[in-house]
Design a protein around this ligand. Structure first.
Ligand code: FMN
Length: 384
């Protein structure tokens, strides 16, 4: 296959028994910060943003993290899937995204001790062993075994809501410093029961969640896990643990592993949203992890690579070499929602996103946007 054919193949359909999508491109989970502060209801602006990206050609969209319980909420304007009232939010999202023949995966998350200060004031903050999260400045309560059971059940209940709303699957957020990372990390998990100590114990909650969610949603519904393969900080967990956990989840029946790395408190070059990625030069910093995990995936399972994907030739090689099955991008879609159509129809140059992370700083003005490349009023903001 020559270079052009490899690039063209990115735009062909991809199929697994439980998942079919029109191309290899995924909008990686991206918190937009537009939801109602009290009820967690998703905003019209957020729904329209998903529609815009689907209209722009992305085959699959993963929503930003939705909280599964009030105590699992991390951000003031975060979307919630903690109550049945929010099922309709999923239906509205799914309708808009499916209209363009794209697939929708809902990301569900428990923040544990990683929360904004103002959210931490709303109710008790929990973590595996109490104390302060490395990125936060308030105390947390250690989770009892009953509390852990509740977390597991809350994940299953949120997944059922996502399914009822008509989504194509869920992604359980196991990375980036949120509660599940806090269990995996020897820095934040000091427990001396069966949830602390060796890797088998630090990863126990992941397997319990997989089992509970699977029994709640059935065999055909997609369950993906996003994993930070490395914690990205001194004395944190290393890639051996992240890779072993990912392989373990595949063995126990997860449909997909979304390969990411790092946390909110990682050293800069090991953070999930690596700064200053340069197209053709420093792309795909987590590709070796994906390649290793992919060797253990069955024909039915999906390995999604996330982080620093910027140009077609590099992505074409990653698929051709069987490093991964799907390619997930976040910041490039904030800058260019129509990126995939632009690549397909007219202009194959790398994304214009310069990976500066200025998008994070726009959260306080409303839905997150790119202040460098995009007119904030651009796009379709009409009411549904
Ligand atoms: C504004 C913003 C919000 C994000 N929100 C989430 C999120 O809700 N869940 C998640 O798993 N990752 C989130 N991420 C991380 C991305 O999904 C992705 O892992 C990371 O940015 C690397 O991909 P990129 O280089 O294509 O941006 C976010 C990133 C950005 C820039």
């Amino acid at each position: 296959m020559d270079k052009t054919e490899k690039i063209h193949s990115l735009f062909y359909g991809f199929e697994r028994p439980s998942f079919k999508t029109k191309n290899r491109f995924v909008r990686s989970a991206t918190y937009l910060g537009g939801a109602d502060e009290q009820t967690g209801e998703i905003s019209i602006a957020e729904i329209k943003k998903h529609a815009e990206i689907a209209a722009g050609g992305a085959g699959t969209l993963i929503t930003g993290l939705a909280y599964i319980s009030p105590e699992g909420k991390s951000f003031k304007k975060q979307w919630g899937l903690h109550s049945d009232e929010r099922i309709d939010d999923v239906s509205r999202l799914a309708k808009e995204v499916h209209e363009f023949d794209s697939r929708l995966i809902v990301q569900i998350c428990h923040g544990g001790g990683q929360r904004e200060d103002s959210v931490a004031k709303e109710n008790t903050s929990y973590s595996p062993s109490g104390g302060k999260h490395p990125n936060c400045d308030f105390e947390t309560q250690p989770l009892s075994k009953d509390d852990i059971r509740k977390v597991v059940e809350d994940f299953a209940a949120a997944a059922v809501r996502a399914k009822k709303g008509g989504t194509d699957g869920v992604e359980i957020h196991g990375g980036h410093g949120f509660l599940l990372t806090q269990f995996l990390s020897p820095l934040t998990n000091k427990r001396d029961d069966e949830y602390g100590g060796p890797l088998e114990n630090r990863s126990r909650i992941f397997y319990e969640i997989l089992k509970e969610v699977r029994s709640a949603v059935g065999e055909k519904f997609n369950i993906w896990f996003k994993i930070s393969i490395e914690e990205g900080v001194e004395k944190g967990y290393g890639q051996e643990d992240g890779i072993a956990l990912s392989i373990g989840l595949l063995k126990k029946g997860a449909d997909g592993i979304d390969v990411s790395s790092g946390t909110s408190y990682s050293v800069a070059l090991k953070s999930p949203s690596t700064i200053g990625v340069s197209a053709g030069e420093s792309e795909a910093p987590f590709k070796e992890y994906a390649a290793e995990i992919k060797k253990h995936a069955s024909e039915k399972q999906i390995i999604i690579l996330t982080g620093g994907l910027r140009s077609l030739p590099i992505m074409a090689e990653l698929i051709y070499n069987k490093t991964c099955d799907l390619l997930a991008l976040s910041r490039p879609f904030i800058a260019e929602p129509d990126l995939i159509n632009r690549w397909y129809d007219e202009d194959a140059r790398p994304t214009a996103c310069i990976s500066c992370n200025a998008c994070f700083k726009t959260a306080k003005f409303g839905p997150i946007d790119c202040p460098i490349l995009r007119d904030r009023n651009e796009g379709n903001w009409d009411p549904l």
